[in-house]
Design a protein around this ligand. Structure first.
Ligand code: AGP
Length: 592
């Protein structure tokens, strides 16, 4: 899981590469590096890399004079973070530099052969075989050498190759994402669109098996030896989407963007595209996702079963290929990035079995959107913070919409939910009034070792998601439970002062939640309850009550998750954690 960028144009490459790279740090940030082809007679490749984050690389790197270059931000898979393992990697002669995202599974075998042939391989990475293979095959034509090299690689890759002898960049893609940004006499290459959105919104997405030769004014894409045309697309994201715009962190900026995300998603036309729903004859459904998207999937399962009665199961992308696959008629795939390797590998299995797939993704042109039969693009805009917030809300809105588009939904309920959906943005804005009270709760939690989240029914996944957010950004051990499950084991963990965050929705589970809270209070835990503003049954023994605007019970997860995102954010902030880029995590998990 790494981020790669390339630039060729009429400007100094290094500052542009650094800027783009900083926007890709969500893909990995344990090492980084840059290589530039010098604009002098030598055309030497100058390189600077280390086991440092991009901000440090930016300060330490000497300023190279050149308008063609490549850069890389790493999340170590083969070989620990170190200067030698950092990209770009060079061949023996220093004529070729390569950045790579993906995993070359047969690298050991290639490495052994290259060493036998006299190549000096210095790192423990799978990537380093690539520049050495290019060196071996180069006979004055970089593109040819890259193609011969790619033919030997097994695994996944998006690579950008820089050559001292040729004023161009050559790229190749197989299994890892790669996008080319187009602007007059400048071209930008990146793993992901947010990296280059500061410079252009015109992009070309490469497909697996594509090669590209990129010069200042041309992009030539070939496939199976033939030149092909890939459509240039316009991305509806703007520069500000990939900047903090005055906020301390992307996470809090993205939390605050949620009313806008919901507004953008419930535009009048969103509820009219009847293609974007579940087939009328579908007997069973599977939802495939990981992490936060999985939690959105659990809410999807609940509303599909509740409103449509279609038996639905939610499966982790990472589990799908590790058990007997019972294929459904249709599957819904939820993935913010559209590049999560575990999800993509489940999708490939389903594709081979002929399962129809509907993807819900935030990234136009992503691999998930290309593997699926239909795609719902969530309109969250680029999400930079590793901890997903606004994309989760956007996934929920998509799930509501796809269920409401189904003809089997009772008309009265549809009307009620559509009306309530339209009121959600204002209600979410009202939730931000809770921030001072949430900061007080964060002060309490910041000095605890553990935290528990409990909910029931449709809000049980919110307990899971609230706990996931806290773990990710504050590193405090947190667990989400279905409230009724506490007495089957986790009660043993409750003692005086342990924080328990309880979601008390105004639904059929209200009474049983109150009973669970009483039991929890009996163990002297510190209870923070999320309760409806109209709920007057909340016991005075509860330590903190966060009042949530009233909405339809089926929409309540949207309002309940936001205080929990804020709680995680402010707790991590008080603890001075690396909020946007938590340790050991990357935004797009592009390896299985
Ligand atoms: C969420 O906060 C996480 N960073 C992570 O669990 C994420 O949701 C998961 O990796 C799935 O990513 P995707 O939605 O891009 O497929």
């Amino acid at each position: 899981m790494c981020g790669i960028v390339g630039y060729i144009g009429n400007q100094q490459a290094e500052p542009i590469l650094m800027d783009c790279l900083a926007r890709l740090e969500y893909r990995g940030y344990d090492s980084s590096g840059v290589a530039v082809r010098e604009n002098d007679k030598s055309n030497d490749i100058k390189i600077y890399k280390d086991a440092v984050r991009v901000s440090v690389l930016q300060k330490q790197s000497p300023h190279f004079n050149g308008s063609t270059g490549i850069a890389h931000t790493r999340w170590a898979t083969h070989g620990p973070p170190s200067l030698l393992n950092a990209h770009p990697h060079l061949d023996c002669t220093g004529r070729f530099a390569v950045v790579h995202n993906g995993v070359i599974t047969n690298y050991q075998e290639l490495k052994r052969q290259l060493i036998k042939e006299g190549h000096n391989i210095v790192s423990e990475t799978d990537t380093e075989v690539i520049p050495h293979l290019i060196e071996k095959f180069y006979k004055g034509n970089l593109e040819e050498a890259v193609k011969l090299t790619a033919a030997l690689l097994i695994g996944s890759y998006a690579i950008i190759v820089l050559c001292k002898d040729e004023p161009k960049l050559v790229v190749a893609k197989m299994g890892s994402p790669l996008v080319i940004g187009i602007k007059d006499c400048e071209k930008f290459i990146a793993s992901d669109t947010p990296a280059i959105i500061n410079y252009t919104n015109k992009v070309v997405y490469l497909e697996d098996g594509d090669f590209g030769v990129i010069t200042e004014d041309r992009v030539v894409i070939t496939r199976n030896g033939e030149e092909i045309h890939r459509e240039e697309k316009k991305v509806n994201w703007c520069k500000e989407d990939a900047q903090k715009t005055g906020y301390d962190h992307f996470m809090i900026k993205e939390i605050h963007e949620q009313p806008k995300v919901i507004r953008d998603m419930i535009l009048e036309d969103a509820l009219s595209d009847s293609k974007l729903t579940i087939g009328e004859d579908v007997q069973s459904l599977k939802i495939i996702a990981c992490g936060t998207s999985y939690n959105a999937g659990l809410i999807g399962e609940y509303i599909i079963e509740e409103l449509l009665g279609i038996p639905t199961t939610v499966v982790f992308g990472s589990e799908f290929n590790h058990r007997r696959a019972i294929f459904p008629n249709e599957a819904i795939v939820i993935t913010q990035s559209g590049e999560t390797a575990d999800v993509l590998s489940a999708m490939k299995t389903m594709q081979n079995a002929g399962v129809k797939m509907l993807a819900i993704t935030n990234v136009p042109g992503s691999t998930a959107s290309r593997l699926s039969d239909r795609t719902i693009y969530t309109r969250a805009g680029p999400e930079i913070s590793v901890a997903a917030t606004k994309s989760f809300i956007a996934q929920l809105i998509s799930l509501y919409q796809l269920v409401l588009l189904h003809p089997d939904v009772d008309n009265n309920i549809r009307e009620q939910l559509v009306t309530e959906l339209k009121d959600l943005p204002t209600k979410v804005e009202k939730l931000f009034d809770l921030e001072p009270q949430i900061i007080e709760c964060a002060k309490y939690i910041a000095q605890c070792k553990d935290a528990f989240y409990v909910g029931r029914g449709i809000n049980f996944p919110i307990a899971l998601e609230g706990a996931l957010k806290l773990k990710e950004v504050s590193y405090i051990h947190a667990e989400g439970y279905a409230a009724g499950e506490l007495k089957h084991g986790p009660f043993a963990l409750l003692n005086k002062g342990v924080p328990v965050i309880a979601i008390v929705a105004q639904d059929g589970n209200h009474e049983s939640m109150l009973i669970s809270i009483k039991e929890i209070k009996t163990r002297d835990a510190y209870v923070i309850a999320l309760a409806d503003e109209e709920d007057d049954s909340i016991d005075s023994s509860i330590d903190v009550v966060l009042r949530i605007p009233h909405t339809h019970a089926l929409l309540s997860p949207v309002l309940h998750i936001i205080p929990l995102q804020l709680l995680a954010y402010y707790t991590a902030k008080l603890m001075s954690c690396s909020i946007d880029f938590p340790r050991n995590l990357a935004k797009s998990v592009t390896v299985e």
